[in-house]
Design a protein around this ligand. Structure first.
Ligand SMILES: [Zn+2]
Ligand SMILES: [Zn+2]
Length: 452
């Protein structure tokens, strides 16, 4: 049995924005497509457009109230305000999905997620939720979804953005995100939303929201049925969102003649951390060098040791020189070859700015040992005590083919990313750095192919 589910309303204490006045309600009705006057005017040639069409808030309210099965009073009453203050999709109730093209008819759809800092949830858990949302759609379509890196062309580009950077997300209403048609379909999630990966009234479940917005990307319109994932208002799942899609798939999914397909990807809730890490680079060059995941803060001045040091292909990384404080990483240099004097020493971060508290050490490989796994952490700090919070690398730890584990340099209390690939060892480092190490990405060398 499918029953109506509780709707989620934002907590007024935590969210300053809300619909309170008739002016707010007017904004809401226009934003969500109830300004029929605007729709009529747009159909006319430019020189016929006049101010004759008066916007009538009463009729707009009645249309809205009818859509949401409220009493069509035509006034801003309590029930109407309650619905208007529900968490929802930022797109119009009646938006035209024809702009979205034919993604839903493709066999393979690729996607990529911007590596933004997401308050509370963190990028790793957020990525898992979005993978699960794509997985949910494999149950009701025959589409295969592949995650690609940010360097590659993707059909769907997902990002967490500030409200002020996307007009669809801005305003006093409480909407969580939007899908925007373009040559690459953009899915924008409100960065300041309280994103969670469990079901609770005190936040917005990212997987549930992502399932809805991905639905738009595939060409599905809003459906005014509370059990449909394409319903405009955000709803708390009392079951999993997978069965949610299945329950409404017949009315909802036009590309599917059956209610359910076999899962077509290997992503599942039991996916291990290692497998998830591999998925990050799933479509990346499967050759001798494999680029891993770029994890860290904002994009700053990029570095690439292989280019900056003009590294010969076969030069192994034989260690690191690290400078750190207990709370963050300060500077790092990767050592290539046997401290080969022909290779310049380039530090990422500036170890000359040292204080007596600064710790440093070299961690060196011995007798053919190589680094084959790295965990690194990105966190946000008020670094110069000037009230400006910046995000950068706060800790790093290395693991080797000899089974050794380096000390933890810095802290392990921030967003972690662990990376290792079977038969690959560390080739060189890339990333971004000005005063600190803003972000790190590693290139791994395939030892099997390397030996051949
Ligand atoms: Zn929507
Ligand atoms: Zn984007």
């Amino acid at each position: 049995m499918v029953s109506a589910k509780p709707l989620s309303k934002r907590d007024d204490n935590s969210q300053p924005s809300s619909i309170k006045t008739e002016a707010d309600a007017m904004f809401y009705l226009k934003k969500y497509g109830y300004d029929t006057c605007e729709n009529e005017v747009k159909k006319l040639p430019m020189h016929f457009r006049t101010n004759n069409c008066q916007i009538n808030i009463r009729s707009m309210l009645k249309a809205f109230q009818t859509t949401y099965q409220l009493q069509p009073t035509g006034i801003v009453d309590e029930d109407t305000l309650m619905i208007m203050n529900f968490e929802r999709c930022c797109l119009k109730d009646n938006f035209n999905h024809s702009k979205f093209g034919k993604l839903g008819e493709k066999d393979i759809v690729t996607w990529t997620l911007n590596d933004t800092h997401i308050p509370q949830l963190g990028i790793v858990r957020a990525r898992k939720q979005i993978r699960d949302a794509f997985y949910d759609w494999t149950k009701v379509t025959s589409i295969k979804f592949y995650e690609v890196t940010r360097d590659e062309k993707a059909d769907i580009h997902l990002a967490f953005v500030e409200k002020m950077n996307d007009p669809l997300l801005s305003g006093p209403d409480t909407c969580y995100g939007a899908t925007i048609p373009a040559s690459t379909v953009e899915i924008h999630f409100d960065l300041r939303e309280k994103w969670i990966d469990y079901d609770s009234f005190s936040g917005t479940n990212l997987r549930t929201a992502a399932v809805h917005l991905i639905g738009h990307a595939l060409g599905f319109e809003h459906i005014f049925d509370k059990v449909s994932p394409m319903y405009t208002l955000y709803q708390i799942n009392d079951t999993s969102s997978e069965s949610d899609i299945e329950a409404s798939s017949e009315s909802n999914v036009e590309t599917s003649s059956e209610s359910s397909f076999e899962p077509t990807t290997t992503v599942s809730s039991s996916t291990t951390t290692l497998e998830m890490t591999k998925m990050d680079t799933f479509v990346v060059e499967k050759g001798i060098i494999q680029l891993g995941f770029l994890h860290g803060g904002v994009h700053t001045t990029p570095f690439d040791d292989s280019q900056d040091l003009n590294l010969p292909m076969m030069t192994p990384c034989l260690g690191v020189e690290v400078f750190w404080y207990p709370d963050y990483l300060f500077a790092i240099r990767f050592i290539y070859g046997d401290e080969n004097p022909s290779i310049p020493k380039i530090y990422h971060g500036d170890p000359s700015e040292r204080t007596p508290r600064l710790l440093s050490e070299k961690y060196l490989m011995e007798n053919g040992e190589r680094i084959n796994k790295i965990t690194w952490y990105a966190g946000t700090r008020n670094w110069q005590s000037d009230g400006k919070f910046i995000r950068f690398i706060t800790g790093i730890q290395f693991f080797t083919t000899a089974g050794r584990v380096s000390p933890l340099y810095g802290t392990n209390k921030d967003d972690a990313h662990t990376e290792s690939f079977d038969y690959y060892t560390l080739a060189f480092a890339k990333g971004g750095s000005i005063m600190l190490i803003d972000e790190l990405q590693f290139a791994w060398k395939n030892q099997v192919k390397y030996i051949q």
